[in-house]
Design a binder for this molecule. Sequence first.
Ligand code: B12
Ligand code: SF4
Length: 496
Amino acid sequence: MLAEKEIIFINPPYERIAPGYEFVKHITNNSPSLGLLHLAAEVREHGYKPSIIESDIFNLDAKQVAKKVIKQKPQYVGITLFTVGVWGAAEIARRIKSELPDTTIIVGGPHISSMGTETITRFKEFDYAVDGEGEKVLMELLEALEQDKNLFEVPGIIYRDRTFVRKTPGKPINKILDDLPYPAWDLLPDFPKAYKPAIYDFPRGPVATIAASRGCPFHCKFCDTSTFGAKVRHYSPKVVFDMMKHLNEKYGVNHIGFVDDLFLASKVRVEELCNYILQDGLQMTWSCTARVDTVKPDVLALMKKAGCWEISFGLETGSNDLLKKMDKLAEVEKSAEAVKWTYDAGIRTKGLFMLGFPGEDEHTINQTKDFIRNIPMTIMNLTKFTPYPGSPIYRDIYGTNIRDDHWEKMNGMNFVWAPDGISVKELDRHYQEILKAFYQRPKIGWYFTKLTLSYPNHFFRLLRFGLGFLIAKAASFLSGRKGLLIKEHEPHLDST
Ligand code: B12
Ligand code: SF4
């Protein structure tokens, strides 16, 4: 018999690291899914018994995750889907369904918000999908299922009705975020210890994430905003402050990563939050993301005082031409000014860049190299341009053709597409060169040495990374691969 009202939420495994480079895991981002924490809190308030499986963080593959679920025999399973995770999720669902045919499998997340109908059509092992923000719609769906109501009355869901796949109208959003329960951090096994952002991305852990707002009104062509849409909604600053304090007092969290698309969308709210922190004397550091046009010296100075340690700016490229093509509504000169102000305020800048956007060529790549050498940026993140479903550029490139052949590679670390006149091989070479142009400067090397020595957490992670590298090299020589680390991709199993 099935346990009553039990729901297991799963963050499925996906390829974050090229096969053969598993030791890199010690220094990469191991943050939990905040979406699942929100959903678990919501269903718990309505009498369900939720639990959470974070596959990658606990090194669980699809088979192991399914085994855990099958043992628990839940009534419902909820899986969060990024495009990159769809195949892993489908394998988990298939395995669960073969042992527990009565367990209902519901999916949601950014991939569903952008390509839900296609996904449900293709993957018969998923029963229902929730389009967009999940809290309210998931509850309505569960209620409809339990009370055998007409599913067409639940807004924002996708389901199979005999041979048809139906999508119900509407995509309800949470208008007042303050009404949501706190994310269910208490349900995360080994929280906060097991969950770390990438090395050097925080000073002193433990770390937790908060989304203080949802939505973004911009339409940068590479960005998938289909989950939260254009309407920005905020928690009130007092509630954000209370959440920070709760994490600090209950779990000993010392650093918060704000994952809002536009943390600085409202300067007034950020100032209010800073004032709460300062009045209380809360000793936490935090980081956030911002557009370059939302910062000014006065607010930066206040943020620094209130513990802001790093701001991630989507700088993207050193070419104004490319920024225009991206519809970024930004200029390189403005970016340089914002980074300089941030540096002057004593806050680190993390520059988020991308390589290979349509229109990229040798000239724009050289402009990026010049740009990164000339701004006071502390850390740089370079992703390989990926046309994610849900982003405007996806439609420009592929039209309405569904390109599912690249899904498992859509992790920002593979070129799944290349602009005219430049090959993937050349892009890969430029990728290495740009990173070297930034990181091989003595100034940067010295900064990271100091950081490593100041925070033992980083030192130990680096040590494990180094040991892992040596072991992988030795294993490669012993198995006749002559020191080569990369291993072949295992092809995914088609579900159809
Ligand atoms: C923080 C973050 C990360 C963190 C943590 C990821 C995580 N596991 O949550 C890290 C750094 C690890 C990360 C990595 C990546 N990320 Co990221 N990330 C974000 C970011 C900035 C915020 C996510 C967040 O916490 N949101 C707040 C919570 C509350 O929302 P949520 O998770 O979406 O959940 C809500 C709904 O989606 C829905 N829902 C979600 N799951 C489910 C499940 C069920 C059953 C139901 C009913 C509903 C439901 O309900 C939730 C509550 O309302 C988003 C941008 C954004 N605005 O969301 C990008 C974003 C999600 N990332 C993106 C990408 C591409 C990636 C990477 C693949 C590559 C990269 N560029 O870094 C990797 C690997 C992805 C992975 N599987 O972890 C894309 C996804 C696009 C896509 N179609 O796949 C986004 C949308 C950025 C963008 N605008 O393009 N990411
Ligand atoms: S890149 Fe940033 S500003 Fe642009 S649409 Fe995405 S979240 Fe908004």
